[in-house]
Design a binder for this molecule. Structure first.
Ligand SMILES: Cc1cc2nc3c(=O)[nH]c(=O)nc-3n(C[C@H](O)[C@H](O)[C@H](O)COP(=O)(O)OP(=O)(O)OC[C@H]3O[C@@H](n4cnc5c(N)ncnc54)[C@H](O)[C@@H]3O)c2cc1C
Length: 335
């Protein structure tokens, strides 16, 4: 069943809390609902709005927003060791993670407390603490607006990469994800190699699923501002990946430059470090600012419009490019 809204305020539907409106918003449950919505043709402007945790409305949206609200998590295979779950697009991602931890299923615990819905997880292949959703996702079910057909894509064809997938490229503006299938295991598989995780888990008594989830949640709460208190969309920029020669040249100028190995022999740099060294950590402009503890995060200090946030983002990009010769791209989707 669908629910339809017109001229709807978006403030409570985006984690930045910006005060923009949408011309039309439809909440849907399944493919048949989508078929009904598109029966009269595909509107000129439409997009999916999940929880709005990775979207910035830079102005009012004059098209159609589609929000999945289906909530089922259904076991579809269990061989005693591995369990396959079908998760509807409207399920809160962290509800899924908590359920897996509760039931002793390994695979998603490092991805605890990432805000948003399950349907959005494949889009940017959400990742944290050395893990990515694409490692657990086996299939993605979507409605294809170009053909009106329901389709299934195996993970191998989703082109998962660092904050990347086919849904940001070939299927962008075409696929509406209606559910995902994830495979979890009952065999303990702790992955603690990232940052402070091993120490935090040890402090809680060892590598159980519950301890790992609690440790990830504690670290995240200490580092990231809560959108309920201060509007933000997590990391606003992606970490840039550059050629080795460019990283070496920068390292000669900045000996403490953090560098991480990336695919294809390239080097990943820390966008937060670049922003901080450009002197912008904690920088404020009116009702928006760069977070004082995490320079990758832009914050709404109260009542800001999307236009104010994007103006600050452009300034950050420009200052980093002037100082380091590197263009940092936005991770947040701009509308
Ligand atoms: C405090 C905070 C911390 C965060 N930490 C992390 C982190 O650690 N790691 C990480 O990877 N991300 C992180 N994020 C970003 C965000 O949580 C993820 O991108 C999440 O997947 C967004 O889910 P959402 O439902 O809010 O998607 P939205 O923001 O609503 O949408 C994001 C994009 O996906 C598209 N989309 C959403 N649902 C569908 C669908 N069903 N079908 C097709 N397209 C769809 C939208 O059109 C949009 O382009 C963080 C955000 C915040 C606010």
């Amino acid at each position: 069943m669908i629910r339809e809204f017109y001229q709807i305020p978006l403030r409570d539907r985006n984690s930045f809390g910006v005060e923009q409106h949408a011309a039309r918003l439809v909440e849907f449950e399944n493919d048949d609902d989508l078929r009904a919505v598109f029966a009269a043709g595909v509107p000129a402007r439409w997009t999916v709005l999940g929880g709005g945790n990775n979207i910035l409305f830079t102005a009012d949206y004059d098209g159609l927003l589609l929000t999945p609200v289906s909530q089922e998590i259904t076991p579809i295979e269990d061989d005693g060791m591995e369990v396959r779950l079908r998760v509807e697009a409207g399920v809160e991602w962290d509800t899924l993670v908590e359920k897996c931890v509760e039931e002793g299923l390994w695979g998603l615990e490092n991805l605890s407390l990432i805000p948003g819905k399950a349907g959005a997880a494949p889009v940017q292949n959400i990742g944290a603490y050395g893990c990515e959703a694409g490692e657990a996702i086996r299939r993605v079910h979507y409605y294809d607006t170009a053909t009106g057909r329901s389709e299934t894509l195996e993970a191998a064809r989703c082109a998962f990469g660092y904050r990347e997938s086919i849904f940001k490229h070939a299927l962008k503006g075409r696929a509406i994800i209606t559910s995902i299938e994830v495979v979890l295991t009952r065999t303990p598989r702790p992955r603690l190699g990232y940052g402070d995780l091993e120490r935090e888990v040890a402090a809680r008594g060892g590598a159980t699923l519950r301890n790992i989830r609690d440790a990830v949640c504690a670290i995240r709460r200490a580092k990231l501002p809560d959108p309920a208190e201060r509007g933000n969309a997590g990391s606003f920029f992606k970490n840039p990946v550059v050629e080795t020669a460019a990283a070496e040249a920068l390292k000669a100028r900045y000996p403490d430059l953090p560098r991480y190995p990336a695919a294809g022999g390239r080097v990943k740099l820390a966008a937060g470090w670049l922003i901080e060294r450009a002197g912008l950590k904690g920088h404020r402009e009116g009702r928006v600012g760069v977070h004082e503890r995490q320079a990758l995060v832009l914050v709404n200090l109260g009542g800001a419009s999307g236009g104010e946030v994007i103006a600050l983002a452009r300034k950050v990009q420009q200052r980093v490019e002037e100082q380091f010769g590197i263009r940092i791209e936005t991770e947040v989707n701009l509308l």
